[in-house]
Design a protein around this ligand. Structure first.
Ligand code: AMP
Length: 275
């Protein structure tokens, strides 16, 4: 792959990398479609990276079906599919670790996860030397961590954050949705619906966090892991049975929040007038 990339670079082609773990769906396809707008050559990588799974997580049962994946992307005319058998030698002893953005939320719940991600993405960057790399907002914290890594390690790469693709019921597409039994999928719809409703409600930001926590806790068979506001997004992770799902939505400032801000402003201007 490195030889091939060197040749492409010499010939003046720009390269876009779309890293995935396979079991491709509409979310992945949207990244590939977006990639085409930004570079001459598209490299899709498919690799179920063992180091980003914590012990006891679903590494062994993670869906793998390269034949199906190849069929799915065949109409898209992707230039390269990079699907290595492994990216780690037996005596591999180097890691790439981000130590700030990766600490909360998923990083807190999945020990070592983001170090696995930054290590493998760094390997993929070195192998494919992309000009552009595309990641999905679905994994919002992952985007933040990669952005920081690119900045800290001076990778000459532009990261593009693509919007979340949802199915017809509003559920964020994910390879892990395959695990869901029909009854469980109904709970995934409830998860997505509540997140959408609360994020666009008139509540204040804190009100939204509390309301979503309350609503998700009321859904039987759904175990809440976290709800947090991060910048302008409301982020949540839940377990439905053994399946861990994450999702996030941009927060629309609610009328109540706007009202509170207006009131605060009025009080402040009143105070300054008095002075
Ligand atoms: P994965 O194969 O789950 O590691 O995901 C590979 C890339 O696809 C990551 O950058 C994800 O954020 C992105 N991705 C996964 N699901 C979606 C989705 N529903 N919409 C947009 N991007 C997604």
């Amino acid at each position: 792959m490195q030889n091939e990339v060197n040749r492409l670079k010499r010939e003046g082609f720009s390269i876009a990398l779309v890293p995935t773990m396979g079991a491709l769906h509409g979310g992945h396809l949207s990244l590939l479609a977006e990639a085409k707008k930004h570079a001459h050559v598209i490299i899709l990588s498919i690799y179920v990276n063992p180091t980003q799974f914590a012990p006891g997580e679903d590494f062994k049962r993670y869906p793998r079906n390269l034949t199906k994946d190849i069929k799915l992307i065949s109409p898209m005319e992707i230039n390269y599919l990079f699907a290595p058998r492994t990216l780690y030698s037996k005596n591999s002893s180097t890691e790439v670790q981000e130590t700030e953005v990766s600490q909360g939320r998923c990083g807190k719940k999945r020990k070592g996860h983001f170090t696995g991600v930054t290590t493998v993405v760094s390997k993929l960057f070195n192998i494919t030397q992309p000009d552009v790399a595309l990641f999905g907002q679905k994994d919002a914290q992952q985007c933040d961590v990669i952005e920081r890594m690119i900045q800290d390690l001076h990778y000459p790469i532009r990261m593009i954050r693509a919007p979340i693709v949802r199915d017809g019921n509003g559920v964020a597409m994910s390879s892990r949705n395959q695990y869901l039994r029909p009854g469980e999928y109904k709970k995934a719809i409830q998860f997505a619906t509540n997140l959408r409703e609360v994020a666009s409600s008139d509540l204040t930001v804190q009100g939204k966090v509390q309301a979503l926590k309350r609503r998700l806790k009321e859904i039987p068979g759904l175990r809440l892991e976290y709800v947090e506001r991060v910048n302008k997004t409301l982020c949540a992770a839940v377990y439905i049975g053994k399946t861990r799902l994450i999702d996030n939505r941009f927060i629309r400032p609610g009328k109540k929040a706007k009202k509170t801000k207006k009131m605060e402003k009025n009080v402040k201007s009143g105070e300054s007038k008095k002075k």
